[in-house]
Design a binder for this molecule. Structure first.
Ligand code: MTE
Ligand code: MO
Length: 364
């Protein structure tokens, strides 16, 4: 008998037009944030976007263990009480899914059909990872550290636990958090309870949920989620370049009130308060946000961000006259990187940081 998990039918690389059942199913399991919560510094936990490849493991925090394994000189394991007794930190971090904006590309990848909503900011509670790696003491020939979750499933015929790696160099510059809480509460099951990592400044795939193993590797990690996906590719033949830090981006809270189905906005004429958020990877500062109604760009006012890895609020007063408009916003970061008007091409729809467009109708 043919096993369809290990020998799956070929899925189309790209496709346009109607969304099919599989995409709708993924969209129902993996929710985006509510754009109106962009008014807040911290996304309410229940409105944080969600991206889970397989099933959510239901893990008992009383028996959960974190194992340090592989080429460590001093491998050990810890239970949740031991982890919670380590020095505690709370850090606001903006997470964004690398596939955010995928639906804006044509032809689009057959995958989770994100609009613009796969982003959110939480105050992650946990302990710095670096001292624990140092305690486990990677042997001298270690090149990478792997992070493996308890969730197992199949993608493209390959069965695997969700896992990722970081090189020792990357770990030296990234402030990775071993997190067990979110916004003053224990982690919710869907966000990785009881334990995950949060890799500030990188797209979300690096922040492995349901973490139960940390491995020291003497060869580069070859797990599916590192090698087979999360690579920028021009075409199917392209071997690709790894997806890493978040690209500069911004969003606005759509003003006015929506039409239920089309989400087109109805706005009263006069001064309209526009607000939103802007962010970039690796803790880079946002230096400018611009707002445009029908293509005329004006500089918006920036607010103070809550932390190095948290998004920056911005606001603008728009004098709205009756008519139909497309509203847009675009951010620039300290390196001079600016959001493109059109989506940058990627086969899998990764890293789409093109400007958001919001259609509004201003009443006479
Ligand atoms: N174990 C595990 N970790 C995971 C994932 C997963 O499917 N399994 N998804 C990753 C991806 S692609 C993203 S964008 C973030 C999403 O985190 P969130 O669901 O808490 O927002 O988790 C990452 N960590
Ligand atoms: Mo993601």
């Amino acid at each position: 008998m043919n096993n369809p998990f290990t020998n799956p039918p070929i899925k189309p690389d790209t496709q346009d037009g109607h969304y099919d059942h599989a995409e709708l199913g993924l969209a129902n399991r993996n929710s985006g944030t509510l754009l109106e919560t962009l008014a807040l510094d911290i996304t309410p936990s229940g409105a944080h976007y969600l991206l889970t490849h397989f099933d959510t493991p239901i893990l008992d925090p009383n028996i959960h263990r974190l194992q340090f394994e592989g080429a460590f000189a001093n491998p050990f394991e810890m239970n949740m009480n031991q982890i919670r007794s380590l020095p505690q930190i709370t850090i606001p971090v903006t997470l964004e899914c690398a596939g955010n904006g995928r639906a804006g590309l044509s032809p689009r990848r057959y995958s989770m059909p994100w609009g613009v909503e796969a982003v959110g900011t939480s105050e992650w509670i946990g302990t710095p990872l670096a001292p624990l790696i140092a305690q486990a003491s990677p042997k001298s020939d270690v090149v990478e550290i792997s992070f493996t979750g308890a969730d197992y499933g199949y993608d493209d015929g390959v069965g695997h636990y969700f896992g990722r790696s970081l090189t020792l160099d990357q770990l030296g510059t990234l402030d990775v958090i071993l997190a067990y809480g979110m916004n003053g509460q224990p982690l919710l099951p869907q966000h990785g309870a009881p334990l995950r990592i949060v890799v500030p400044g990188w797209y979300g795939m690096a922040s492995v949920k349901w973490l139960d193993r940390i491995g020291a590797l003497t060869q580069p990690y070859d797990g599916y989620q590192q090698i087979r996906t999360y690579r920028f590719k021009e075409s199917a033949e392209d071997e690709g370049r790894p997806v890493t830090h978040i690209r500069v981006k911004s969003l606005m809270v759509p003003p006015g009130v929506p039409d239920w189905l089309s989400r087109v906005r109805c706005v009263e004429a006069g001064d309209v308060h526009i607000q939103g958020r802007a962010w970039s990877g690796l803790g880079r500062t946002i230096t400018k946000v611009e707002f445009a109604a029908n293509g005329t760009w004006q500089e918006a006012k920036l607010k103070e961000r809550k932390g190095k890895f948290a998004w920056t609020g911005w606001e603008h007063t728009w004098s709205a006259e009756p008519g139909k408009y497309v509203l847009q916003c675009r951010a620039t970061d300290e390196t001079g990187a600016i959001q493109p008007i059109n989506p940058p091409w990627d086969l899998s729809g990764f890293g789409n940081n093109a400007v958001q467009s919001v259609r509004v109708f201003v009443k006479a």
